[in-house]
Design a binder for this molecule. Sequence first.
Ligand SMILES: Cc1cc2nc3c(=O)[nH]c(=O)nc-3n(C[C@H](O)[C@H](O)[C@H](O)COP(=O)(O)OP(=O)(O)OC[C@H]3O[C@@H](n4cnc5c(N)ncnc54)[C@H](O)[C@@H]3O)c2cc1C
Length: 416
Amino acid sequence: MRYSAFSIVKNALTGNVNWKPAWRQPEPKPFYDVIIVGGGGHGLATAYYLAKEFGLKNIAVLEKGYLGSGNVGRNTTIVRSNYMLPGNEPFYEFSMKLWERMEQDLNYNAMLSQRGIINLYHNDGQRDAYIRRGNAMWMEGVAAELLDRAALKKMLPFLNFAHARFPIMGGLLQKRGGTARHDAVAWGYARAADRLGVDLIQNCEVTGIRRENGVVTGVETSRGFIGCGKLGLAAAGNTSRVGQMADLKLPIESHVLQAFVTEGLKPAIDHVITYGAGHFYISQSDKGGLVFGAEIDGYNSYAQRGNLATVEHVMEEGVTMIPGLSRVRVLRSWGGVMDMSMDGSPIISHTPIDNLYLNCGWCYGGFKATPASGFCFAHLIAKNETHPVARFLRLDRFERGYPIDEHGAGPQPNLH
Ligand SMILES: Cc1cc2nc3c(=O)[nH]c(=O)nc-3n(C[C@H](O)[C@H](O)[C@H](O)COP(=O)(O)OP(=O)(O)OC[C@H]3O[C@@H](n4cnc5c(N)ncnc54)[C@H](O)[C@@H]3O)c2cc1C
């Protein structure tokens, strides 16, 4: 059923009993041309574009829990394309353009809100780095604006301009950045993929990868063996575990990232704001809750919960930036497992194993990448060829010595 104003009115007048489930619950078939492991945003988007853009028909997404139970439903929903390096900026801008037409494309309200993202700077060196980043964005045709302290004070009067330990001097604004409703993105891709015939199989954990003569032939799952022509991994925080099933040792560490939401407030913060003297970032949801987060927990973990020391640290950063936050009550916090790569940039790639393709390394930032990641991964799997905007994101960059070190943090995932 197509969603439209007409279908809403029609269903309202008939008691809302005729809505169909958004996707089917198929039994797994013995064989698929392509299997994607992971029913998060990236896996679902990949399946959708495989069917829509590349005309493949016999596709399944295998998800160990329920669709959207991973990071796609746990993130702080920030979308942006304000990167500096040529390995990243064209890719994220491609993603932004896909975001801008996603709702029409999927016939689903993803609640994209291009409210603008502002990265604060606190010293001259950081300002110069943002000028450089802004110029790099302009060179890729992406608008950026440097704001000085006076402009910022007018736009965001609630920031701590008076007594901050790291005084706020200004910010870099990308007006097209903003937020989107994370669950809706998973549901929108799931529904659209299902309509194109993709089998979305939930409660189906991949427990092994079968290879014959070095070529992947299928996966062992909690629902039995399923054969496949090609296998794509989009398992985010569990990538290294799934990779191990094919003896792939990957440059990925898993860490927990926590997020928080407060009680609902009247509209107060109408941008996404990030703190330059730490990792803190904040926005306000359409329901009024302030949604925020900061650093990853410093140790490796596959548990979807973090520890209190990081909670305290995040709160301190938040209150330093916005003193009024100390009066607001936090309602909920949660964690997700991040696939942190060794240069802080993602991997969309062939692997050394025939018919096995890899999508991972999204660190803090994979939500904004969802459409481009799905598109480029589908391109790679369907054509066996890297999409031009993802050409720097190959796995072999680590072997060849070409990391994309956007943050200049080196191979230290806990600093990215
Ligand atoms: C707290 C938090 C805040 C974040 N904030 C932002 C943000 O503001 N902006 C941004 O751009 N990014 C953000 N991110 C990052 C972003 O959410 C992730 O990078 C992105 O969602 C990862 O891709 P995905 O959606 O496919 O992952 P997931 O949704 O995690 O999908 C992977 C799926 O694979 C499944 N899986 C794993 N192992 C198996 C198996 N063996 N068999 C079958 N299925 C399996 C999992 O159950 C999971 O559903 C944040 C992440 C977190 C945790």
